[in-house]
Design a protein around this ligand. Structure first.
Ligand code: AMP
Length: 281
């Protein structure tokens, strides 16, 4: 496995192989890898000649009061885990390499960044779209892999790729969960024992909402009310939002009449957790 920290070296390594027709799969991550990340990496290994994993904690997608400074990291362990998947290349630039000291260009996807996590994390999706665009330009992948766990992020990237005519196929992979249903996340490590024991309520409410829809309840207000009541029974949970959005247009809906994404963000102490599921309405 090769590791690169410099953009030019990464390009110089990949371009001859691309000219020779080799297909590249890219998995962008912020490191501190778990089974969710590894499922994406394994799929990239399976589907490409060269799987590239990037590890970069992207400063411009964090707000001033967010967890950039304390974001968990363990590069040595990450490299060990990636090596076992058979991925060929790891790209680990630092912030100076990626942005220098005079970065003035950003990618902004409108409207679908104004809902769900958008209002709670101003600038977040612009930071994500910008770094992913940069990674695409550096790596030039044929396919790039993202998790359904971050459903809005996957939609934003998909929209950017379509709107800007980028030659990359976006693959969205299923959310990997702990045995009790909690979606795996690097941030789960912040939870204390009491918070961790209450956090599985997120998946429980999503499953309950799915059951309601499959039992022909289509009233979005009623579904959200039910979710709210269930989450509120956990004293450590603070709801940020509960939303139902049309799974293809990504518009907020009040009536379920087709595939719907039920998405939520809930804080446990200072830790913000997100989760979602798609239900065929
Ligand atoms: P992150 O390191 O949190 O930026 O995540 C890197 C990629 O892994 C993103 O595309 C995430 O959506 C994806 N990912 C994170 N957690 C999971 C999970 N539990 N299941 C599937 N994919 C995930």
């Amino acid at each position: 496995m090769q590791q690169f920290t410099k953009i030019q070296e990464m390009k110089d390594y990949l371009r001859p192989m691309q000219s020779a027709g080799q297909k590249i799969g890219l998995v962008p991550t912020m490191g501190y890898l778990h089974e969710g990340h590894l499922s994406l990496i394994r799929r990239a290994v399976q589907e490409s000649d060269i799987a590239v994993v990037s590890i970069f904690v992207n400063p411009i997608q964090f707000g001033p009061s967010e967890d950039l400074a304390k974001y968990p990291h363990n590069l040595a362990k990450d490299l060990e885990l990636i090596d076992k998947t058979g991925a060929a290349v790891v790209f680990t630039p630092d912030a100076v390499e990626m942005y220098g000291d005079n970065h003035l260009t950003f990618v902004h996807v409108e409207k679908i960044t104004d809902i769900l996590c958008g209002p709670f994390r101003p600038g977040h999706f612009q930071g994500v779209a910008t770094v992913v665009n940069k990674l695409f330009n550096i790596v030039r992948p044929d396919k790039a892999y993202f998790g359904q766990k971050d459903g809005q992020q996957a939609m934003v990237i998909q929209k950017m790729v379509r709107d800007l005519n980028m030659d990359v196929t976006i693959i969205t992979c299923p959310t990997v969960r702990e045995a009790d249903g909690l979606a795996m996340s690097s941030r789960n490590t912040y939870l204390n024992v009491a918070e961790r024991s209450q956090a599985p309520v997120l998946y429980q409410v999503l499953t309950a909402a799915k059951d309601m829809i499959q039992g022909s309840i289509t009233d979005g207000v009623l579904i959200k009310k039910q979710i709210k009541t269930m989450i509120s029974s956990k004293p450590l949970a603070n709801i940020e939002y509960i939303s139902l959005v049309d799974a293809s247009s990504f518009r907020e809906i009040s009536q379920v009449s087709g595939p719907v994404m039920i998405a939520l963000a809930v804080k446990f102490g200072a830790t913000r957790l997100i989760d979602n599921i798609i239900v065929e309405g």
